[in-house]
Design a protein around this ligand. Structure first.
Ligand code: ADP
Ligand code: MG
Length: 261
């Protein structure tokens, strides 16, 4: 910025009295906090004015992006944060690790592909679904985590308050929706119809990640025994789908067995 080295006292030009107020009005908190110290730093390094402006702008943007990620992560309402980096792939050799890592880059969201994670209890289905949900939030997508029961309850409450259209409008704004634990609890006729409506709404609009303990052939029993409705639902869900089938014992049971040994 300066062509020759000057003492730090000289480097501080008189600050225009309106500057800080203007930065507040423009909602540029990082400019406000850093313009002074960064001007000293840039003078010391003899950078150009443009470089000074570029550094301030990047700092402001990275703070803003970080906050936006945090807002999306909070809005996703995952039960506990889980990361792919903490997933022990060696414990589940049946799982296609390269495929899971590729899904973690979230290309599936762009082409509205769904993911179905099938396996017995404790093998990491919820862990994987949360990790993918959080990865999507970090990339810039809006995501939300539900269990099968919680989405059914959300629909029921919306129906009672005559707010189904509002609920569906808000779901349509999301990019990824997790439905965890489909098939664990039986769902009544009304709940099954809600889920059918939900999957129709998401078809080619929102990527859905479903975790389930049931192979597709047993899904009708979850949807109030309605084979026709389940068939239509599976048709939509599996039109574009990645299926992760996990086999093996519960991770925690195995861990505690190993610990005892
Ligand atoms: P599921 O949904 O299949 O019943 P969870 O994802 O809830 O299983 O896993 C149960 C617990 O074990 C969680 O705390 C999860 O983080 C952990 N877990 C399961 N599988 C693995 C794994 N392969 N690597 C690391 N942690 C795992
Ligand atoms: Mg689970």
């Amino acid at each position: 910025m300066a062509t020759k080295q000057r003492s730090s006292k000289e480097l501080q030009p008189t600050t225009p009295p309106h500057l800080e107020n203007d930065l507040k009005r423009l909602r540029l908190p990082i400019f406000l906090n850093s313009y002074d110290s960064l001007s000293l730093e840039c003078s010391r390094e003899e950078t150009t004015y443009v470089e000074y402006l570029a550094r301030l702008t990047s700092a402001e943007l990275s703070e803003r992006d970080g906050k936006a990620v945090q807002r999306r992560v909070n809005a996703a309402k995952v039960p506990t944060p889980k990361e792919l980096s903490d997933f022990d792939f060696q414990a589940v050799p049946s799982l296609n690790k390269p495929k899971v890592l590729e899904l973690g880059r979230c290309g599936f969201v762009g082409d509205r592909t769904n993911i179905v994670i099938i396996g017995p209890p404790g093998v990491g289905k919820t862990h994987l679904s949360i990790s993918l949900c959080l990865s999507a939030c970090r990339i810039g997508y809006r995501a939300k985590f539900f269990t099968a029961s919680s989405i059914v309850n959300t629909y029921r409450e919306a129906r009672e308050g005559r707010e189904v259209s509002r609920l569906e409008a808000s779901l349509r704004k999301l990019d990824v929706i997790v439905i965890d634990e489909l098939g664990y609890l039986p769902i009544d006729r009304c709940g099954a119809e809600s889920l059918f409506g939900f999957f129709s709404l998401c078809y080619e609009q929102v990527s859905v990640i479903v975790t389930t303990n049931l192979p597709f052939a047993q899904w009708p029993q979850t949807f109030a025994g309605d084979e026709r409705m389940t068939g239509a639902l599976l048709d939509r869900l599996t039109h574009r789908v990645e299926i992760l089938a996990i086999e093996g014992d519960s991770y925690r049971v195995r861990q505690s067995r190993q610990a005892r040994r």
